[in-house]
Design a protein around this ligand. Structure first.
Ligand code: JEK
Length: 247
């Protein structure tokens, strides 16, 4: 997968050299390039913002640098390798919620292009013009307000990269984690069996895999009912008797 990120703070993405994302970049699974938006400014102050039409707080990101950046990173003509246009992701407080389902959707794309806004956002015409030739999605991490899109891109890139083939050593863990089956995962334990007077649940040390699976399912249902009743309501009706969920 090819990923391009455009930001006025490219140094925000230094963590993407670390850990499993760093390994995915080193082995070519993830081809990530971070670009400074100011590359596409031409004034001595490298200006990227201006006052909002209609008044209001703060500043808005100018369309010209963004237009040139997207022209450069998503050219209309097919590249020699038959490269198609990228999917443009624009983090925004007004975006659609980012979910595990969207992470799976994005993991199937061949080229993602992230536009990191700052200030009060990017001039809307940048997104409207881009949508004339590529798929554009405004995406939000949640109902709270960040300073800009960089943190959202870090989160989205981690969630998507985990799903790429070969990145997670034990692919099985993808099946067991939260949101994979519509439930939160059960509590996890490791050695020692007793720690500060606290015991690991006996069932997990029983070796009885059937009992262990049932215990984990029950724990997942209880946790989900306690913490995320919305997820219980969204579960497919067949196969789950809601009375199964301890309240
Ligand atoms: N993903 C994600 C996000 C973001 C996010 C993503 C990208 C940018 C780019 C800039 N900002 C800062 C900002 C802060 C407030 C407002 C709202 N203002 C209200 C008064 C009138 C003007 C607009 C807009 C922009 C961003 C925030 N926040 N929360 C998420 N889940």
């Amino acid at each position: 997968m090819r990923v391009d990120v455009v930001s006025i703070f490219p140094e925000y993405f230094a963590p993407l050299d670390l850990s499993l994302i760093g390994k995915a970049r080193a082995n070519g699974t993830l081809r990530l390039a971070v670009h400074d938006l100011r590359t596409w400014t031409h004034d001595v102050h490298r200006t990227v913002d201006d006052t909002p039409y209609g008044g209001g707080p703060g500043m808005v990101m100018r369309p010209e640098p963004w237009g040139e950046a997207l022209d450069a990173l998503a050219p209309d003509e097919l590249s020699p390798d038959g490269h198609t246009l990228p999917r443009l992701l624009v983090p925004s407080p007004a975006g659609v919620p980012f979910t595990q389902a969207m992470a799976h959707e994005l993991a199937a794309e061949s080229h993602l292009l992230f536009a990191c806004g700052r200030y009060e956002g990017i001039d809307q015409r940048v997104l409207d013009h881009a949508a004339q030739r590529m798929r554009v999605t405004e995406v939000s991490l949640g109902d709270y307000v960040l300073f800009g899109g960089e943190v959202a891109v870090l989160v989205i890139l981690e969630a998507v990269t985990r799903l790429l083939p070969g990145v997670l050593g034990n692919a099985g863990s993808l099946d067991e984690e939260s949101h994979a089956h519509g439930l939160l995962e059960a509590p996890m334990y490791t050695k020692p069996a007793t720690w500060r007077g606290l015991e690991v649940p006996e069932v997990l040390r029983s070796g009885d895999h059937g009992r262990i699976a049932r215990w984990r399912r029950d724990e997942a249902l209880t946790r989900t009912a306690d913490r995320r009743p919305d997820m219980i309501a969204a579960l497919p009706q067949e196969g789950l008797d809601k009375r199964d969920v301890a309240t």
